[in-house]
Design a protein around this ligand. Structure first.
Ligand SMILES: Nc1ncnc2c1ncn2[C@@H]1O[C@H](COP(=O)(O)OP(=O)(O)OP(=O)(O)O)[C@@H](O)[C@H]1O
Ligand SMILES: [Mg+2]
Length: 248
């Protein structure tokens, strides 16, 4: 029997992320409780490239941490690619995160005892890619980011901006369905920031990877399809950027 699909089904199939009534309270029940997320509602379509903006302390990093399961939510639902993440065990969550989500956060968390190229190839090795291929792909990605002459340096031998580029390469190498960036170009000069945004745009177009980027920088945000504005732990508005989207 032919299965017919209504519009609603089609729309929901195309969603990579659906967040409903998400709350996060830090120090729950204590006198210093902070209600950081207060009922976030957000849907993101596969292949969207979005920026999150909002004043300091409004909950942007907290929201990314919830999406990436780096911290527990207090209440609410997060559905990623049709999977209700509240049903996953800790072990399943770790595997799901490894296979589906790439992180580019301000604290680079590079392995200090591994060279740049070793840091970048690690996610591939963890996935079981053979070491020769993993090394080739890691080198290619670092070359793309202008790091070809720093492949065998340790993080301590690299500048802040170079370390950040290694972190970007490591997040992208796996081709995760969702890439979460917290000020991913924060410490970089404007030329490098431009190159990285171009790279994001390219992988977004070619691989249909979804990018969720927190930024304070309006110029960076305008490279995305739309801007989600946050105020006091909630989404306060969505600003479409039609000109950029038409270029896609
Ligand atoms: N581990 C924590 N314990 C207690 N409160 C926290 C913790 N982390 C964040 N907060 C509080 O939660 C609120 C949201 O913080 P969050 O880091 O998400 O803000 P942000 O929008 O990312 O800000 P910024 O732009 O400065 O990075 C803030 O009031 C912050 O003080
Ligand atoms: Mg933050």
């Amino acid at each position: 029997m032919k299965k017919t699909m209504n519009k609603k089904d089609q729309a929901s199939q195309n969603l990579i992320l659906k967040i409903s009534n998400l709350h996060k309270r830090y120090n729950e029940g204590k006198s210093n409780e902070v209600h950081a997320l207060r009922g976030v509602e957000l849907t993101v379509k596969k292949g969207d490239m979005m920026a999150i903006m909002g004043s300091s302390g409004c909950g942007k990093t907290t929201l990314l941490n919830m999406i990436g399961f780096l911290d527990r939510r207090s209440a609410g639902d997060i559905i990623i690619d049709g999977v209700d993440t509240s049903t996953l065990s800790d072990g399943q969550m770790t595997a799901f995160r490894r296979d589906n989500i790439g992180f580019i956060f301000q604290l680079f968390n590079l392995f200090s005892f591994l060279t740049a190229v070793e840091n970048v190839e690690t996610p591939l090795l963890l996935k079981g890619v053979n070491s020769g291929l993993a090394r080739e792909q890691a080198k290619m990605m670092l070359r793309e980011l202008g790091m070809e002459d720093r492949l065998y340096h340790l993080p301590t031998e690299l500048s802040g901006g170079q370390q950040q580029r290694v972190a970007v390469a490591r997040a992208l190498i796996n081709q995760p369905a969702i890439i979460l960036g917290d000020e991913p170009t924060g410490d970089l000069d404007s030329t490098t920031s431009y190159d990285i945004m171009e790279l994001f745009r390219r992988i977004n177009k070619i691989n249909q990877q979804t990018l969720v980027l927190v930024t304070h920088n309006r110029w960076i945000a305008e490279k995305c399809d739309y801007i989600v504005h946050m105020t006091d732990g909630k989404i306060s508005g969505i600003e479409d950027l039609p000109l950029i989207r038409d270029e896609k």
